[in-house]
Ligand binder design. Structure first.
Ligand code: Z16
Length: 835
């Protein structure tokens, strides 16, 4: 076919950006894609018509990008992650295309409600929390910085569950995000791969007389890629998020089918397709379930096969230089099986010798660790592992054997060290330690904040850091200002841009220029008005959702994140109860009014986290309706916290709660999103809080609590929470209040597991940090009364958050880890001579 003859015209209805063209395109898509006329079209039909209108306008850049990669063959990064928490695409794509305002106008001229259409999108919630959202922010920054990259993951049919609250308890509801169709993805069944499971291995001699291994699996599944375009901000670079969906391999069913076992054949199909059915909803605690390992291996194998096909078949390059063209970033150990899988592909499928295969593998992989919590470190029972991936287990044994020989040479007679460093944990039942595999197989290992990296080197990976210090580095997390400022906070964006122009959106350090407006009375007043207007919006939402009326002049004190004991939502509750007790004792007490807002999901099997949610709702019921409180405190639990909702919440906060036990939160990223939007932080010296405080200045940050080293000291000495309970009358009163059944209609058993855990173990040192937290909360209340000073601090928080753009993080990965050159992509329909 003469493809050169077919040129797309600039004013084509699929590319044109005139308002009239956009309007025509939306109606055209409604007609031809949705097959509806206006009289019977639903809101979703209009959403789809709008989404396709936007998609049409980005597809040209996407194809030029992929054509350019094919032609230039640049070095690329593949970001492997079991989770991508993308959030809604429509608004973000409009921002990144630079057509948000004109599309809104076009939509409004059609008589449609633009906000309602944005709201209509079901977000792809293919992640649990921080780790998945970080992957999404990094895709945005990689495209914005013109870094050739692909995100590889799993197309879960059901993402993170929707949360409902019944009688104060969390109830999980299946997330059917695909039910209305997904206009942002394109299926590529022609590029599917097969993935093998189970069976056994066999040795054979190849035609060159070399001993080789063949894996004879007992099951096979197909991975079908679904591609979603990832736009950069005001650049033509458009990368790909490629998610794999599991499908039955038809030929595998046939044997059973021919034998007349129709139901057996269909059963196998159902079994295969279970693989990508549902996201495991646990953050920071592993379950060791076989299906989870199958998911991990499934997407890793598809992704590596895809890279090798691109490299060898499409580009015709020798496999020996694979690592020069591709680097793989492992987002935690979830994709760590990639180390063994790449070895297998190189050894068994490409006939490469061990040493060269190991060199290629280790030059390809880089590993990011996201947690130090022991219960979150992945390990697989050797029996399970070997029955699912027999060949990989052999390879891991071989890697381990060779490695431990090196350790023995380097540290003679140090058996303890050998035991600690081994990929196989042999202290009891045998396990494959995925962090050790990832570390050993990677040329770079990083933590996600300065403190976290330091503790990683000191603690979990100490022996590895001692042996290979040059491989360890820190990359403090960042978040994208496009989604978490420009899209989520248009009012603040407009004010900032009116003062300093709009370059800050690509170069967040330019927010520093706002510092010169701190003394500007008019500016401060506008800043305050904006916060108030956003709080009003949230107040309306709360009124609708929870039927609670809140005072917009009160401090909006927000803790929004997954529920986990180490994040200490219950410490926040102890503060609320303390204030309540003070008001009960002295109903005329003059306290700064506060609205305590919580949002977040608990892992469905995590009873304690669910009980903390119940406690918050129980306290809310009592406090919100007590006449003695007289609107000075309100407690609100907002259900179903997700990306869409987070975008509403961050801009409305006065105070951001970042109160984890020091040493437990690897970085945190919500802390950054709040502060960028002008919230002040009350926080511990944990994760990225430390660096945020360094940037915004100690005088603009409410610090409390023990340091990480004090925490481990106290624990080493033997921590006794009861001593604090006995000595601190307000703490005792708060705990007794819960214990008495006051918040549970007299039921003294309900919160026993929670209170008991605090009084007798308190593994996260709430009691040790209680007084310090209360004291600093009192300072917060005082500080808020000086609105003018508070506003100065708020402005300075935003002005000094430049470091925490994910663009900065990605620049560091590019320069210090990946060593990739940016590649500019020609804009569509313009003369261009870059390549
Ligand atoms: C996760 O979200 C994180 C760590 C982890 O092991 C598993 C999940 Cl699902 C989080 C960390 O808790 C958080 O501190 C960090 O900011 C985030 O990962 C991104 O690095």
């Amino acid at each position: 076919m003469q493809t050169e003859d077919i040129q797309i015209r600039i004013e084509d209805d699929r590319t044109g950006l005139e308002i009239e063209t956009l309007k025509r395109a939306i109606l055209d898509n409604l007609f031809y894609i949705q097959g509806k006329f206006p009289e019977i079209a639903t809101l979703n039909d209009y959403y789809m018509a709008l989404a396709y209108t936007v998609r049409d306008r980005l597809i040209h850049r996407w194809l030029i990008s992929s054509q350019t990669y094919t032609k230039v063959q640049p070095r690329e990064v593949c970001y492997l992650s079991a989770e991508f928490l993308m959030g809604p695409h429509l608004g973000n794509n409009l921002i990144n295309l630079g057509i948000y305002d004109r599309m809104r106008q076009a939509v409004q001229e059609l008589g449609l409600n633009f906000e309602a259409l944005l709201e209509q999108e079901e977000e792809p919630g293919l992640g649990n929390g921080g780790l998945g959202r970080l992957a999404a922010c990094y895709l945005d920054s990689m495209a914005t910085l013109d870094i050739p990259s692909v995100g590889y993951g799993i197309r879960y049919e059901f993402g993170i569950f929707d949360q409902d609250i019944h009688d104060g308890w969390q109830v999980e509801i299946t997330d059917k995000w695909l039910k209305n169709g997904n206009p942002w993805e394109i299926a590529r069944p022609e590029w599917a791969f097969e993935v093998k499971f189970g069976g056994r291995t066999e040795r054979y001699t190849d035609e060159k007389g070399r001993s080789r291994v063949k894996w004879i699996p007992d099951r096979m599944v197909q991975g079908v890629p679904y591609d979603t375009p990832i736009l950069g901000y005001e650049t033509s670079s458009t990368n790909t998020l490629r998610l794999w969906s599991a499908q039955a391999v038809e030929s595998f069913d046939f044997r059973a089918f021919n034998a007349g076992d129709y139901y057996g054949a269909v059963g196998n199909k159902v079994f295969s397709e279970n693989l990508s059915k549902v996201l495991y909803p646990n953050d920071e605690q592993i379950q060791g379930k076989q299906l989870r390992l199958e998911q991990q291996y499934f997407f890793v194998s598809c992704s590596l096969q895809d890279m090798i096909r691109t490299h060898c078949d499409r580009r015709g390059l020798p496999i020996s230089i694979f690592h020069e063209k591709f680097t793989v970033q492992l987002n935690d150990t979830h994709p760590a099986i990639a180390v063994a899988e790449l070895m297998r592909l190189l050894l068994d499928e490409h006939g490469i010798e061990w040493d060269q295969a190991w060199h290629i593998t280790q030059s390809t992989m880089a590993y990011t660790n996201h947690t130090l919590l022991p219960e979150a470190l992945e390990r697989w029972a050797v029996g399970l592992f070997g029955s699912l991936l027999p060949r990989h287990l052999e390879i891991i044994y071989e890697i381990n054997g060779r490695f431990l020989n090196e350790v023995r040479l380097r540290y003679p007679k140090d058996d303890e060290r050998i035991r600690r460093m081994s990929i196989i944990d042999e202290s009891g039942d045998r396990y494959v330690r995925m962090a050790n595999l990832a570390t050993l197989g990677s040329y770079s290992i990083n933590g996600v904040a300065e403190l976290h990296t330091q503790l990683l080197k000191q603690d979990v990976l100490h022996d590895f850091a001692e042996m290979y210090p040059e491989r360890f580095n820190n990359k403090t997390n960042g978040v994208t200002p496009r989604r978490f400022m420009v899209l989520s906070n248009p009012r603040l964006t407009k004010l900032i841009t009116s003062k300093i122009g709009d370059h800050w959106i690509r170069n967040l350090q330019e927010l520093r220029q706002l510092e010169s407006f701190v003394e500007d009375l008019e500016f401060r007043s506008e800043w305050r008005q904006i916060k108030l207007a956003i709080k009003r919006d949230l107040a309306n939402y709360i009124q609708e959702q929870n039927g609670i009326e809140v005072n917009v002049d009160s401090i909006f004190d927000i803790q929004a994140k997954r529920f986990h004991e180490y994040k200490r939502q219950h410490l926040n509750v102890l503060h609320i109860i303390t204030l309540y007790n003070r008001l009960k004792a002295n109903p005329n007490l003059d306290i700064t009014p506060r609205t305590f807002i919580f949002g977040g999901k608990a892992a469905p099997g995590y009873q304690m986290a669910k009980l903390i949610i119940k406690l918050i709702n129980s306290v809310a019921d009592v406090v919100n309706s007590d006449p003695d409180v007289r609107d000075r405190i309100k407690v609100v639990f907002l259900k179903d916290y997700n990306v869409k909702f987070a975008q509403r919440v961050y801009p409305a906060a006065d105070l951001s709660e970042q109160i984890s036990t020091a040493g437990k939160e690897a970085s945190g990223t919500g802390n950054m999103k709040f502060s960028m939007n002008g919230a002040l932080t009350i926080g511990t010296l944990d994760g990225a809080n430390i660096e945020i405080r360094e940037e915004v200045g100690a005088e603009n940050f409410f610090l409390f609590g023990l340091t990480a080293s004090k925490v481990s000291q106290i624990k080493a000495k033997g921590y006794d929470p009861m001593q604090y309970y006995i000595a601190n009358s307000e703490l005792k009163a708060a705990i007794d209040r819960i214990n008495s059944g006051f918040f549970s209609k007299g039921d003294t058993a309900l919160f026993k597991p929670l209170v008991g855990s605090l009084m007798y173990q308190d593994p996260y040192l709430l009691f040790a940090d209680y007084q310090s937290y209360i004291d600093v909360q009192t300072q917060v209340g005082e500080a808020y009364r000086d609105q003018d000073h508070w506003t100065r601090m708020s402005i300075l928080n935003t002005a000094r958050m430049g470091k925490f753009s994910s663009d900065r993080s990605i620049r560091e990965y590019v320069k210090e880890v990946w060593k990739i050159d940016p590649l500019k992509i020609c804009p569509p329909n313009e003369p261009c001579s870059i390549h």
